[in-house]
Each structure stands twice: as C-alpha cells, then as structure tokens.
Design a protein around this ligand. Structure first.
Ligand SMILES: [Zn+2]
Ligand SMILES: [Zn+2]
Length: 313
C-alpha cells in the first residue's frame, strides 16, 4: 500500500503510484445509470427489446425508492463497526435478513411499477401481491442462495431480487467505510454481504483506470480482482475472452466471457474501455446470446449470478 501517494491532493503523483481503492461501496446513482443503460440496450438489441425495457423500468423504480423511499429498518449507529474492524462481511445475508424489511421494499416497488407495467407484466405484479409473507420469504431464500426455485413461481423471483437489491444497496450506503478486500480464499464473495459476483467490470475513471472489479449481485459493492485471473479458481494461464460479433464480424456489445480452461467456468467481463456507459447487470442481460452460444458449445459453465434473470427452463 502507498497511503501517502493515494492521499496526494495535487495530482502530481507519477502514474502508477496512485493506489486504486480495493473495495468501493455503491453510490446514489447506481440504479439510475443502470436504468439509462437498459433503455439504451433495449434500442440496440431488438430481440430483447421488451425485456430490457421492462428491466429498465425496474431499475428506474429501484432508483426512485433509493432516492426518496423510507427504509423500514434503521440500523443503530455503529451497528456494523465490529464486523468492519474484524474483517467480517458487515451486511451478511443471513444475519441481516430478519431485520432488512425487504418485503416493504417489494410492496413499494410493485406500486411504482404499476405506472410502467404493460399488459404482459400486470399478471406478474398481481401474482406477487397475492403471495403470503411466508411464500415471499421462500422466494427470497431461493434468490439469496442462487437457486432456480420452484417452476410455478420462478417467474416471480426477479422482482423479489430487485427488492432485495434495493434493501441491501440502501444498507451498503449506510456503512461508515468499505470493508476490507477479501483474501484469496474468499476472492469471489462480496466482502460486504457475502453474495456471489454478477460480473466483473473494468473502470476508466482516473483513480481506477484499467482496474478490474467484481460487482456484487445483491448490494452492488465492487471489489478489486487482478486482471487476467479467473474469479473461480484464481488461475490465469488458460483464459480466453469471447464476445458477440455482428454480421460484419465487429464486436456487437462490450460484454465478454472471461473463460477459464483450467476450471471450465466463465464470468462476464464488462470493459468500460469499450463503452463508457456499460453496466455489469444491464450488459449481462443484453448479452444473453453469448450465454446461449456458450451453453450450446458446452466447454464452459457460467459462474456469474444475475438475480434479475430467471434460471432454469
Ligand atoms: Zn454484496
Ligand atoms: Zn478458473
């Protein structure tokens, strides 16, 4: 670590000396940027236009509620200090689940979405309103554990996930400081809440230009992982970067699959060098064709977890 250089206020530190932050908590605009990106991708990816446009509405509703909604639970001051001081995930999903009051966020999200929902989505909103609190908790179990859930109610899981994201992003924004970066044994678990990464993203702003982070599927915290390193097995000798091309052979979307020949897994990588507005969740959804192609090919298994995507048949 070079603390002195990273605190340098005058911009004269030589390039390469600046230490990028190891863990970055979500900012207030995380859902707004995602909503804008989803709207943009809905225009570009015609085969997924309706789906991406509705997910854009979901992200917009998440943003509104993060900005103006009232949390149903307020952690006591200093509630997370002990965990932060001891390198433990302060917002662990199991520990905080009883307090997180995420069902209030779901109800608010459904109200906000009534304005945007088309004929196709109304039955989905109605079905969610009919679930008992216990049934909603079962759906949340499946979302938080990354399971595909029961076939009959699988379609309800993305909006449950959106409410859980809202609750956990709000909590992450109350932390007094980011947690420490996880050690190598837990490099693929969010240091804030313990969830799996959705994808990784390479940033372009000055303080962390060219630096790769894993992006949490639940709380949107980002933590540094060296580039050209598999997030599943930690090796880097047999990595391939696979992307989608248009009919002229040009890259179609910035998202790539970082595919590892050592362990047979891939994680989506979203390089902002290729598109400054790219978002891990939005660009992962828009590049579903890449997952389909890799599943057909059968060489690599997906490792990223996108809770807004319905898994299974
Ligand atoms: Zn997290
Ligand atoms: Zn690997």
């Amino acid at each position: 670590m070079n603390g002195a250089a990273s605190r340098h206020a005058f911009g004269s530190a030589p390039a390469g000396v600046m230490q990028p932050p190891a863990v970055v908590l979500p900012d207030a605009e995380v859902f707004a940027r995602r909503a804008a990106r989803l709207r943009e991708l809905a225009e570009r990816v015609s085969s997924l236009a309706d789906f991406l446009a509705f997910m854009g509405c979901v992200a917009q509703a998440q943003h509104q509620l993060l900005a103006t909604g009232e949390a149903a639970w307020h952690p006591a001051p200093g509630a997370f200090d002990l965990a932060l001081a001891h390198g433990m995930a302060p917002l662990g999903i199991h520990a905080l689940r009883p307090n997180a009051a995420w069902q209030a966020d779901l109800a608010a999200l459904l109200d906000a979405l009534e304005l945007y929902a088309g004929e196709r989505q109304r039955p989905l909103l109605a079905a969610l309103r009919e679930q008992t609190p216990a049934a909603l908790e079962t759906l949340a179990d499946d979302v938080l554990e990354g399971r595909s859930g029961a076939a009959a109610t699988r379609g309800l899981m993305p909006l449950v996930a959106a409410a859980l994201q809202l609750a956990w992003v709000r909590l992450a924004r109350t932390l007094p400081c980011p947690p420490e970066r996880p050690g190598p044994e837990a490099q693929a678990l969010c240091p804030c809440c313990g969830s799996a990464p959705l994808a990784s993203v390479v940033h372009i702003e000055p303080q962390r230009s060219g630096v790769r982070y894993l992006h949490c599927s639940l709380c949107a915290t980002e933590w540094h992982l060296e580039r050209v390193k598999c997030s599943v097995c930690g090796r880097g000798g047999k990595l391939l970067y696979l992307g989608l091309e248009d009919e002229r052979g040009k890259p179609f979307l910035p998202a790539q699959a970082e595919a590892c020949g050592d362990c047979g897994h891939y994680l989506k990588l979203v390089p902002r060098e290729l598109d400054a507005r790219a978002d891990p969740l939005a660009d992962d959804l828009a590049s579903l064709a890449l997952d389909v192609a890799l599943a057909e090919q059968g060489d690599y298994q997906r490792s990223g977890y996108n809770p807004l995507l319905i898994a299974g048949e």
